[in-house]
Design a protein around this ligand. Structure first.
Ligand code: DHB
Length: 311
Protein backbone atom coordinates (compact mmCIF):
# COMPACT_ATOMS: atom_id res chain seq x y z
CA UNK A 1 0.00 0.00 0.00
CA UNK A 2 1.72 3.17 -1.19
CA UNK A 3 -1.32 5.43 -0.79
CA UNK A 4 -0.94 8.70 1.08
CA UNK A 5 -2.90 11.75 2.17
CA UNK A 6 -1.74 15.28 1.37
CA UNK A 7 -3.37 18.49 2.53
CA UNK A 8 -6.40 16.40 3.47
CA UNK A 9 -6.80 14.73 0.08
CA UNK A 10 -6.18 11.06 -0.58
CA UNK A 11 -3.70 9.95 -3.28
CA UNK A 12 -3.91 6.30 -4.45
CA UNK A 13 -0.12 6.36 -4.57
CA UNK A 14 2.48 8.86 -3.45
CA UNK A 15 4.05 9.57 -6.87
CA UNK A 16 3.37 12.45 -9.24
CA UNK A 17 5.13 14.84 -11.57
CA UNK A 18 7.35 17.67 -10.43
CA UNK A 19 5.72 20.86 -11.63
CA UNK A 20 7.17 21.87 -14.98
CA UNK A 21 7.44 18.39 -16.46
CA UNK A 22 4.64 16.99 -18.63
CA UNK A 23 2.09 19.54 -17.44
CA UNK A 24 2.05 22.70 -19.57
CA UNK A 25 -0.75 21.81 -22.00
CA UNK A 26 -3.95 19.79 -21.81
CA UNK A 27 -2.21 17.15 -23.95
CA UNK A 28 0.60 16.87 -21.37
CA UNK A 29 -1.89 16.71 -18.50
CA UNK A 30 -3.86 14.00 -20.31
CA UNK A 31 -0.71 11.86 -20.33
CA UNK A 32 -0.42 12.42 -16.57
CA UNK A 33 -4.06 11.47 -16.03
CA UNK A 34 -3.58 8.29 -18.07
CA UNK A 35 -0.36 7.34 -16.26
CA UNK A 36 -0.05 5.34 -13.04
CA UNK A 37 0.75 8.51 -11.07
CA UNK A 38 -1.14 9.12 -7.85
CA UNK A 39 -1.79 12.76 -8.65
CA UNK A 40 -0.76 15.53 -11.03
CA UNK A 41 0.34 19.15 -10.81
CA UNK A 42 0.19 21.80 -13.50
CA UNK A 43 3.04 23.92 -14.87
CA UNK A 44 3.68 27.02 -12.77
CA UNK A 45 1.26 29.64 -14.01
CA UNK A 46 1.88 33.33 -14.35
CA UNK A 47 -0.89 35.88 -14.75
CA UNK A 48 -0.22 36.19 -18.49
CA UNK A 49 0.82 33.51 -20.97
CA UNK A 50 4.61 33.30 -21.50
CA UNK A 51 6.74 31.78 -24.27
CA UNK A 52 9.73 31.36 -21.94
CA UNK A 53 13.43 31.47 -22.79
CA UNK A 54 15.05 30.58 -26.16
CA UNK A 55 15.94 26.95 -26.93
CA UNK A 56 17.82 24.81 -26.23
CA UNK A 57 16.57 25.40 -22.71
CA UNK A 58 16.61 21.83 -21.30
CA UNK A 59 19.19 19.10 -21.71
CA UNK A 60 20.03 15.91 -19.89
CA UNK A 61 23.62 15.62 -18.68
CA UNK A 62 25.74 12.71 -19.90
CA UNK A 63 25.97 9.61 -17.75
CA UNK A 64 22.45 9.82 -16.34
CA UNK A 65 23.55 12.12 -13.51
CA UNK A 66 20.82 14.68 -14.10
CA UNK A 67 19.66 17.60 -16.20
CA UNK A 68 19.95 21.35 -16.62
CA UNK A 69 17.13 23.70 -17.58
CA UNK A 70 16.35 27.35 -17.98
CA UNK A 71 12.83 27.24 -19.34
CA UNK A 72 11.89 30.74 -18.18
CA UNK A 73 8.35 29.95 -17.10
CA UNK A 74 6.72 29.12 -20.42
CA UNK A 75 3.05 28.60 -19.58
CA UNK A 76 -0.44 29.19 -20.95
CA UNK A 77 -1.42 31.83 -18.39
CA UNK A 78 -3.40 31.13 -15.21
CA UNK A 79 -6.85 31.26 -16.82
CA UNK A 80 -5.95 28.17 -18.88
CA UNK A 81 -5.13 26.19 -15.73
CA UNK A 82 -8.17 27.59 -13.91
CA UNK A 83 -10.31 26.41 -16.79
CA UNK A 84 -8.59 23.01 -16.69
CA UNK A 85 -9.29 22.82 -12.96
CA UNK A 86 -12.95 23.73 -13.51
CA UNK A 87 -13.34 20.90 -16.02
CA UNK A 88 -11.24 18.33 -14.13
CA UNK A 89 -12.90 15.05 -13.17
CA UNK A 90 -12.40 15.07 -9.40
CA UNK A 91 -14.13 11.67 -9.12
CA UNK A 92 -11.09 10.16 -10.90
CA UNK A 93 -9.31 9.45 -7.57
CA UNK A 94 -6.31 11.53 -8.68
CA UNK A 95 -6.32 14.85 -6.87
CA UNK A 96 -5.27 17.89 -8.89
CA UNK A 97 -2.56 20.29 -7.70
CA UNK A 98 -2.13 23.73 -9.29
CA UNK A 99 1.22 25.54 -9.27
CA UNK A 100 1.14 29.33 -9.22
CA UNK A 101 4.23 31.46 -9.77
CA UNK A 102 3.19 35.08 -10.07
CA UNK A 103 5.89 37.52 -11.11
CA UNK A 104 4.65 39.86 -8.35
CA UNK A 105 2.67 39.56 -5.13
CA UNK A 106 -0.17 41.43 -6.84
CA UNK A 107 -0.28 38.76 -9.56
CA UNK A 108 -0.27 35.96 -6.97
CA UNK A 109 -3.13 37.70 -5.14
CA UNK A 110 -5.20 37.98 -8.32
CA UNK A 111 -4.56 34.33 -9.25
CA UNK A 112 -5.31 33.01 -5.75
CA UNK A 113 -8.50 35.06 -5.58
CA UNK A 114 -9.65 33.64 -8.91
CA UNK A 115 -9.08 30.06 -7.74
CA UNK A 116 -10.78 30.72 -4.41
CA UNK A 117 -13.78 32.28 -6.20
CA UNK A 118 -14.08 29.12 -8.34
CA UNK A 119 -14.32 27.06 -5.11
CA UNK A 120 -12.69 23.91 -6.55
CA UNK A 121 -11.29 20.86 -4.73
CA UNK A 122 -7.83 21.32 -6.30
CA UNK A 123 -4.85 22.17 -4.05
CA UNK A 124 -2.61 25.19 -4.64
CA UNK A 125 1.20 25.03 -4.55
CA UNK A 126 2.71 28.53 -4.56
CA UNK A 127 6.12 28.50 -6.22
CA UNK A 128 8.78 30.55 -4.40
CA UNK A 129 11.69 29.04 -6.27
CA UNK A 130 11.89 29.57 -10.02
CA UNK A 131 15.56 30.31 -10.71
CA UNK A 132 15.23 30.97 -14.43
CA UNK A 133 13.55 34.31 -15.08
CA UNK A 134 16.26 36.88 -15.85
CA UNK A 135 16.09 39.77 -13.36
CA UNK A 136 13.75 37.95 -10.93
CA UNK A 137 15.57 36.51 -7.89
CA UNK A 138 13.99 33.49 -6.19
CA UNK A 139 11.78 34.65 -3.34
CA UNK A 140 12.67 31.47 -1.43
CA UNK A 141 16.03 33.01 -0.59
CA UNK A 142 14.46 36.22 0.81
CA UNK A 143 12.82 35.20 4.09
CA UNK A 144 11.23 38.60 4.76
CA UNK A 145 9.67 38.79 1.32
CA UNK A 146 8.42 35.21 1.64
CA UNK A 147 6.87 35.94 5.04
CA UNK A 148 5.16 39.02 3.67
CA UNK A 149 3.85 37.08 0.67
CA UNK A 150 2.56 34.26 2.89
CA UNK A 151 0.92 36.73 5.26
CA UNK A 152 -1.07 38.07 2.31
CA UNK A 153 -1.80 34.82 0.44
CA UNK A 154 -2.49 32.36 3.29
CA UNK A 155 -5.66 34.17 4.46
CA UNK A 156 -6.89 34.56 0.87
CA UNK A 157 -6.46 30.84 0.14
CA UNK A 158 -8.07 30.07 3.52
CA UNK A 159 -7.68 26.29 3.21
CA UNK A 160 -4.71 23.90 3.16
CA UNK A 161 -2.07 24.79 0.55
CA UNK A 162 1.62 24.25 -0.12
CA UNK A 163 4.74 26.07 -1.25
CA UNK A 164 7.57 25.01 -3.56
CA UNK A 165 10.99 25.76 -2.10
CA UNK A 166 14.50 26.10 -3.42
CA UNK A 167 17.23 24.00 -1.84
CA UNK A 168 18.86 25.47 1.27
CA UNK A 169 22.45 24.68 2.16
CA UNK A 170 22.90 26.12 5.64
CA UNK A 171 21.41 25.00 8.95
CA UNK A 172 20.66 28.63 9.88
CA UNK A 173 18.57 28.94 6.73
CA UNK A 174 16.58 25.79 7.58
CA UNK A 175 15.89 27.35 11.00
CA UNK A 176 14.90 30.76 9.61
CA UNK A 177 12.70 29.34 6.86
CA UNK A 178 10.93 26.95 9.26
CA UNK A 179 10.28 29.78 11.72
CA UNK A 180 8.48 31.66 8.94
CA UNK A 181 6.48 28.65 7.73
CA UNK A 182 5.34 27.69 11.24
CA UNK A 183 3.50 31.03 11.50
CA UNK A 184 0.92 29.93 8.90
CA UNK A 185 -1.55 27.29 10.05
CA UNK A 186 -3.10 26.56 6.67
CA UNK A 187 0.33 26.12 5.07
CA UNK A 188 -0.09 22.34 4.99
CA UNK A 189 2.96 21.20 3.03
CA UNK A 190 6.30 22.31 1.65
CA UNK A 191 7.62 20.82 -1.57
CA UNK A 192 11.37 20.51 -1.60
CA UNK A 193 13.38 20.84 -3.60
CA UNK A 194 13.19 22.85 -6.78
CA UNK A 195 16.23 22.60 -9.03
CA UNK A 196 19.64 23.52 -7.64
CA UNK A 197 19.76 26.94 -9.26
CA UNK A 198 22.25 28.32 -11.70
CA UNK A 199 24.56 25.47 -12.45
CA UNK A 200 26.60 25.44 -15.66
CA UNK A 201 26.93 22.40 -17.91
CA UNK A 202 29.58 22.43 -20.66
CA UNK A 203 30.04 19.87 -23.44
CA UNK A 204 33.64 18.64 -23.24
CA UNK A 205 34.05 18.09 -27.01
CA UNK A 206 32.38 21.22 -28.39
CA UNK A 207 33.30 23.42 -25.41
CA UNK A 208 29.77 24.84 -25.58
CA UNK A 209 27.23 25.38 -22.84
CA UNK A 210 24.41 22.80 -22.95
CA UNK A 211 21.61 25.37 -22.88
CA UNK A 212 21.24 28.79 -24.51
CA UNK A 213 19.59 31.14 -21.96
CA UNK A 214 21.57 33.05 -19.33
CA UNK A 215 25.02 32.18 -20.79
CA UNK A 216 24.26 28.51 -20.10
CA UNK A 217 23.29 28.90 -16.44
CA UNK A 218 20.31 26.82 -15.36
CA UNK A 219 18.67 24.73 -12.67
CA UNK A 220 20.15 21.29 -12.00
CA UNK A 221 17.92 18.27 -11.45
CA UNK A 222 18.14 14.50 -11.34
CA UNK A 223 20.35 12.07 -9.46
CA UNK A 224 23.09 14.67 -8.80
CA UNK A 225 20.72 16.57 -6.46
CA UNK A 226 19.37 13.57 -4.52
CA UNK A 227 21.33 14.18 -1.34
CA UNK A 228 20.59 17.90 -1.25
CA UNK A 229 16.90 17.01 -1.71
CA UNK A 230 16.97 14.41 1.09
CA UNK A 231 18.61 16.92 3.44
CA UNK A 232 15.95 19.54 2.73
CA UNK A 233 13.11 17.04 3.12
CA UNK A 234 14.48 15.82 6.43
CA UNK A 235 15.41 19.29 7.72
CA UNK A 236 11.84 20.51 7.20
CA UNK A 237 10.30 17.24 8.39
CA UNK A 238 12.12 17.80 11.69
CA UNK A 239 11.24 21.50 11.92
CA UNK A 240 7.60 21.63 10.73
CA UNK A 241 5.49 19.56 13.13
CA UNK A 242 1.95 19.16 11.82
CA UNK A 243 2.97 20.00 8.27
CA UNK A 244 3.81 17.62 5.45
CA UNK A 245 6.72 17.43 3.03
CA UNK A 246 6.60 16.57 -0.66
CA UNK A 247 10.01 15.21 -1.61
CA UNK A 248 11.41 15.92 -5.06
CA UNK A 249 14.92 15.58 -6.42
CA UNK A 250 16.94 12.66 -7.69
CA UNK A 251 14.26 9.97 -7.91
CA UNK A 252 15.35 7.57 -10.65
CA UNK A 253 13.93 4.36 -9.14
CA UNK A 254 11.94 3.00 -6.22
CA UNK A 255 15.06 3.18 -4.07
CA UNK A 256 15.27 6.98 -4.12
CA UNK A 257 11.51 7.27 -3.55
CA UNK A 258 11.98 5.02 -0.51
CA UNK A 259 14.80 7.26 0.77
CA UNK A 260 12.63 10.38 0.39
CA UNK A 261 9.92 8.78 2.55
CA UNK A 262 12.52 7.64 5.08
CA UNK A 263 13.68 11.29 5.23
CA UNK A 264 10.09 12.36 5.93
CA UNK A 265 8.26 12.80 2.62
CA UNK A 266 4.51 12.20 2.48
CA UNK A 267 4.53 12.24 -1.33
CA UNK A 268 7.26 12.17 -3.96
CA UNK A 269 7.44 14.09 -7.23
CA UNK A 270 9.55 13.10 -10.23
CA UNK A 271 11.02 15.65 -12.66
CA UNK A 272 14.11 14.76 -14.70
CA UNK A 273 13.37 11.02 -14.85
CA UNK A 274 9.80 11.74 -16.01
CA UNK A 275 11.17 14.07 -18.69
CA UNK A 276 13.67 11.44 -19.86
CA UNK A 277 11.56 8.28 -19.52
CA UNK A 278 8.02 9.56 -20.01
CA UNK A 279 4.92 8.79 -17.93
CA UNK A 280 5.72 5.06 -17.80
CA UNK A 281 8.13 6.03 -14.99
CA UNK A 282 5.24 6.05 -12.49
CA UNK A 283 4.27 2.38 -12.92
CA UNK A 284 7.93 1.37 -12.79
CA UNK A 285 8.85 3.36 -9.67
CA UNK A 286 5.61 2.38 -7.89
CA UNK A 287 6.39 -1.30 -8.50
CA UNK A 288 10.01 -0.91 -7.40
CA UNK A 289 8.96 0.88 -4.22
CA UNK A 290 6.30 -1.74 -3.45
CA UNK A 291 8.89 -4.52 -3.94
CA UNK A 292 11.32 -2.73 -1.58
CA UNK A 293 8.58 -2.42 1.06
CA UNK A 294 7.72 -6.12 0.79
CA UNK A 295 11.40 -7.09 1.05
CA UNK A 296 11.81 -4.89 4.14
CA UNK A 297 8.52 -5.94 5.72
CA UNK A 298 6.84 -2.52 5.57
CA UNK A 299 3.10 -2.52 4.85
CA UNK A 300 2.40 1.22 4.64
CA UNK A 301 4.42 4.40 4.14
CA UNK A 302 3.69 5.35 7.77
CA UNK A 303 5.73 2.30 8.84
CA UNK A 304 8.95 4.06 7.80
CA UNK A 305 8.14 7.71 7.04
CA UNK A 306 10.69 9.99 8.70
CA UNK A 307 12.37 7.05 10.42
CA UNK A 308 15.86 7.56 9.03
CA UNK A 309 18.30 6.37 11.70
CA UNK A 310 21.03 8.72 12.85
CA UNK A 311 24.32 7.47 14.24
C1 DHB B 1 10.81 27.31 -14.23
C2 DHB B 1 11.75 26.65 -13.50
C3 DHB B 1 11.50 26.39 -12.17
O1 DHB B 1 12.40 25.73 -11.41
C4 DHB B 1 10.33 26.81 -11.61
O2 DHB B 1 10.11 26.56 -10.32
C5 DHB B 1 9.38 27.46 -12.36
C6 DHB B 1 9.63 27.71 -13.68
C7 DHB B 1 11.09 27.60 -15.62
O3 DHB B 1 12.24 27.88 -15.97
O4 DHB B 1 10.13 27.58 -16.43
Amino acid sequence: DISTTLAGVKLPNLLFNASGVCCQTEADLKLMVESESGSLITKSATYEQRDGNPSPRYNPLPGGIGSINSMGLPNEGYEYYLNYAKNYDYSSKKPLFISLSGLSLADNVKMCEAFVAADLPCVLEINYSCPNVPGKPQMGYDFEAMEHSLSVLAPIINKPFGIKLPPYFDIAHFDQAAAVFNKFDNLAFVTCINSVGNGLAIDFETEEALIKPKDGFGGLGGLMILNTALANVNAFHRRLPGKQIIGVGGVVSGKEAFLHVLAGASAVQIGTTLKEEGPAVFARVAKELSDIMIAKGYKTLEDFRGKVKTL
